[in-house]
Ligand binder design. Structure first.
Ligand SMILES: NC(=O)C1=CN([C@@H]2O[C@H](COP(=O)(O)OP(=O)(O)OC[C@H]3O[C@@H](n4cnc5c(N)ncnc54)[C@H](O)[C@@H]3O)[C@@H](O)[C@H]2O)[C@@H](O)CC1
Ligand SMILES: Nc1ncnc2c1ncn2[C@@H]1O[C@H](COP(=O)(O)OP(=O)(O)OP(=O)(O)O)[C@@H](O)[C@H]1O
Ligand SMILES: [Mg+2]
Length: 361
């Protein structure tokens, strides 16, 4: 169950009002707040159950790639940590292959962090190219990514991407192509900066997950609902936001993570870590990519209309990723206290998953 029966009744009433009131969903949200419905409280997800359900068995008949192939689009002159954190987290959780598509400057650095990652130095920033080269370079960047695209179970777009306008134009083309090819995508960091200003890139795409932090969420709310963040009715506002963007899944990060696809709202509030060092959101984006891929496999392979089967795999993946990362952060904090860093949390991803879904059970 996603919401208790009483909060489910509130949710149904509010969804009904959203549909009935005139204007866009953003307008409806404001009207509902004025009509004064009781506020909606998201029910805590049974995240451990979700993780156990969707995590594939380590079956000796499976071949390389079946547990997931993800690609991170990110990494530029300034940021090399973020794409590394996202890509290595995907592997630590259990994906078989993890690629990074980044700028040339970033590639050698990211490769030097880990031999496990497959790094493609294909993105270009404006400072590196002349105006008359832009069209041909843009076509080349797209071609370099497209030749790999169909192999990926999920893209993570944005960790450490930067905000160079030319580079973001190229990434817009990559997003359009991924969408045409039905490749799921997790949008984070500077990828959210891009899609907040170009909502058509994700609007109506049910295989997209947005993972905004506090600032990224504020920008989305202002742009889409044209109002301020409402912490008194956070669940209804998130639901309205997801609905306004055509049913994408949104994972709002914070003290509790809130997840909605415009139909349901779930929360993941288990204790994580009081340390707020940079990079924890990058771990989350890589984790959600893997779990969403596993959830899609699970949903398509189960015939029975069990609880998981009737749910959106992108929501299941978001719930699982959120809970796993918070659990890993809590383990890392127990070991390292104030010295806890993102790399310590990554080292705890395996133990975190093992404590919930043991490899040999
Ligand atoms: N080691 C790395 O390479 C890292 C790179 N990162 C990348 O850095 C780029 C920008 O991401 P940001 O998260 O900084 O962008 P934001 O727009 O979220 O943050 C911008 C500013 O807001 C502040 N801020 C953050 N959380 C806040 C909160 N809860 N309340 C008030 N202020 C807050 C930050 O200190 C920062 O000055 C992205 O590409 C991101 O992926 C980050 O992921 C962190 C790690
Ligand atoms: N106040 C908080 N208390 C507990 N956990 C939190 C809190 N805020 C965020 N988190 C958790 O930390 C993780 C990262 O969220 P955060 O808001 O720091 O992302 P971010 O700013 O995008 O991080 P990054 O530095 O990687 O860009 C998420 O798993 C989230 O659940
Ligand atoms: Mg971030």
């Amino acid at each position: 169950m996603l919401v208790s029966s009483s909060s489910s009744a509130v949710l149904r009433r509010q969804l009904f009002l959203i549909r009935c009131l005139g204007g866009g969903v953003g307008q409806s949200y404001k009207k509902i707040r004025r009509v004064n419905c009781s506020s909606m409280v998201a029910m805590e997800a049974d995240a451990e159950h979700v993780i156990r359900k969707i995590t594939p068995l380590l079956d000796p008949t499976r071949h390389k790639g079946q547990a997931g192939k993800v690609a991170v689009i990110g990494g530029c002159r300034e940021y090399t940590g973020a794409p590394y954190f996202a890509a290595i987290s995907a592997l630590k959780i259990g994906a078989d292959l993890s690629h990074v598509f980044c700028t040339k400057d970033a590639a050698a650095v990211i490769k030097s962090y880990s031999p496990e990652l497959i790094v493609h130095p294909v993105l270009e920033e404006s400072y590196n190219i002349r105006d008359d080269e832009k069209e041909s370079v843009s076509a080349k960047v797209l071609a370099e990514v497209v030749k790999w695209m169909e192999r990926f179970d999920c893209l993570v777009v944005g960790p450490g991407l930067g905000r160079d306008p030319f580079l973001l134009d190229c990434v817009s083309n990559i997003l359009r192509h991924a969408r045409q090819s039905n490749v799921p995508m997790v949008i984070d960091g500077d990828g959210l900066f891009l899609v907040t200003n170009n909502l058509d890139l994700v609007s109506g795409y049910s295989l997209a997950v947005l993972t905004p932090n506090v600032n990224e969420y504020k920008r989305l709310i202002e742009k889409v609902l044209n109002c301020e963040v409402d912490n008194d009715d956070a669940s209804l506002q998130l639901l309205s936001l997801a609905r306004s963007i055509g049913g994408v899944t949104i994972l709002r990060k914070g003290k509790s993570d809130l997840i909605s696809d415009g139909e349901i709202v779930k929360s993941v509030s288990m204790f994580g870590s009081p340390r707020r060092c940079g990079g924890q959101g990058d771990i989350l984006s890589g984790s959600v990519a893997v779990f969403s891929s596993w959830a899609r496999q699970h949903v398509s392979s189960t015939k029975e209309s069990a609880d998981c089967n009737s749910q959106n795999p992108m929501v299941l993946g978001s719930v699982a990723g959120s809970a796993l990362v918070r659990n890993a952060a809590s383990l890392a904090f127990a070991n390292n206290k104030r010295a806890t860093l993102t790399t310590d949390i990554i080292e705890c991803l395996g133990a975190s998953l093992e404590s919930i879904s043991p490899a040999e059970s």
